[in-house]
Ligand binder design. Structure first.
Ligand SMILES: Nc1ncnc2c1ncn2[C@@H]1O[C@H](COP(=O)(O)OP(=O)(O)O)[C@@H](O)[C@H]1O
Ligand SMILES: [Mg+2]
Length: 403
């Protein structure tokens, strides 16, 4: 029998790969080696169970392609692969085993499968419906019929918590890992994560130490010393960016951010109800006359208003709307003392103090959708700018909010 050549991270990868349980989950911090453990377990199943049919999936295809599939291609010895159909993402092996990669976005697409095993990436993002459907598909004769997955921890209301921790399914096992378990990670990466311990303790506990839980209370904690009356002269700012959240019955919020070195100063705001597109264009142009704003990150759910702004020569683009990641980014900036707010920005400061997590939503971590207009605008600007480095080229999209 062929043995696995790779070195495993002890103990969590070893335990995950060798687990004989029907349902096994590797839950842990970022970079701990969870995706890699899915790949190694898949390799073991392929080799030890000739003829097995394995489905590997994640909530979205891009996530699957960029993580599990990519790692799979780099780890699986090419000599055992008989055929790889790239369009179908279907691997056939010399011993008769097969592996397919699919997005877990629609349970109906998985209905007809007859599976020997299932691998599931970022399990808390996958719906409970998919999990239930897949449990009924694990019926290939003489095969282990196991479902193995990986995830960063989520909230107490997530189905993964229910099935693996609260009332564990019969014949199931959860294995925990922390980021620092992975000795293959560059030390600079681990050091960077370590800075989160102070700057963003909530992120650190969950995404590095792998703890499950519900985030409570106010979303941001902006210290008094970061509410400033003085900031660098406008001419000394290196750049200006802005965030824009559209509203009509809700207020429209525009925040202006001046950047000098690694410090971001929220220096001005516009906050007003019942603004039409032409009102927004007029007011935004006044701001552009005051500050040399090079890009305005807008709520991408309203592409038609963004188009109106662009046609009148305003540098408006759609923002990335990954709420949780965006909030975590802003929290880290506050924790690192890189975000400062002009005390004249009354509405912004008021929202900083009243923006809270939605305690009723126990499945996803989302803030309550009140007092959130300036907060959204700030998040659009800071998070999208960090991802795109101020490059105004990317297309405006009608992308939906991902939460
Ligand atoms: N056993 C291993 N041998 C070699 N490299 C590994 C091993 N486990 C993980 N890695 C590497 O460590 C990095 C993070 O692992 P990954 O599985 O993506 O973590 P996670 O899914 O927990 O975020 C990847 O670059 C991966 O290739
Ligand atoms: Mg992973």
């Amino acid at each position: 029998m062929k043995t696995i050549r790779q070195q495993v991270i002890k103990p969590h990868q070893r335990q995950f790969i060798d687990s004989k349980k029907k349902y096994v989950l590797n839950s842990g911090g970022v970079g701990s080696g969870k995706t890699y453990s899915i790949v190694l377990k898949t390799e073991k199943l392929i080799v030890q169970h000739p003829g097995i049919f394995i489905l590997i999936g994640a909530q979205t295809y891009p996530l699957l392609r960029d993580t599990t599939l990519r790692e799979f291609i780099s780890v699986i010895p090419p000599e055992i692969i008989k055929q790889y159909n790239k369009t179908e993402q279907h691997f056939k092996f010399h011993n008769g085993s097969e592996v397919i990669f699919r997005a877990f976005d629609d349970p109906n697409k998985l209905k007809s499968l007859n599976l020997g095993a299932v691998g599931m990436e970022e399990m808390t993002d996958v719906s409970e419906e998919i999990f239930k459907m897949l449990r009924t598909r694990l019926r290939q004769q003489h095969m282990p019929g196991c479902l193995y997955g990986a995830t960063n921890p989520g909230t107490f209301g997530n189905w993964v918590y229910k099935y693996f921790i609260e009332q564990p399914l019969e014949n199931s096992e959860i294995i925990y890992s922390v980021s620092a378990d992975n000795k293959f990670l560059p030390s600079a990466y681990l050091q960077d994560l370590e800075t989160m311990r102070k700057s963003n303790p909530e992120y650190y506990e969950r995404m590095v130490m792998g703890k499950w839980g519900v985030l409570e209370g106010v979303v941001y904690n902006l210290p008094m010393k970061q509410r400033v009356t003085e900031y660098p002269d406008l001419r000394k700012m290196h750049r200006f960016i802005a965030g824009l959240d559209f509203g009509f019955t809700h207020p429209t919020a525009l925040v202006i951010i001046g950047i000098r070195d690694d410090k971001y100063y929220i220096i001005d705001e516009l906050y007003r109800h019942k603004m039409t597109s032409s009102d927004i264009i007029e007011e935004t142009k006044k701001m552009l006359a005051k500050y040399a704003i090079d890009i305005i990150y807008c709520d991408s759910a309203r592409p038609e208003i963004i188009e109106d702004l662009q046609r009148s020569g305003i540098p408006a683009v759609g923002a990335i709307k990954d709420v949780f990641e965006g909030i975590m980014h802003v929290k880290s900036m506050i924790g690192n003392e890189n975000l400062l707010v002009n005390q004249d920005c009354f509405y912004t400061l008021r929202e900083f103090d009243s923006y809270i997590w939605d305690a009723r939503n126990t499945v996803k971590e989302i803030p309550l959708k009140i007092n959130d207009d300036c907060m959204d605008a700030i998040r659009y600007a800071l998070y999208t700018d960090s991802k795109h480095g101020g490059v105004a080229e990317f297309a405006v999209s009608g992308e939906r909010e991902t939460i």
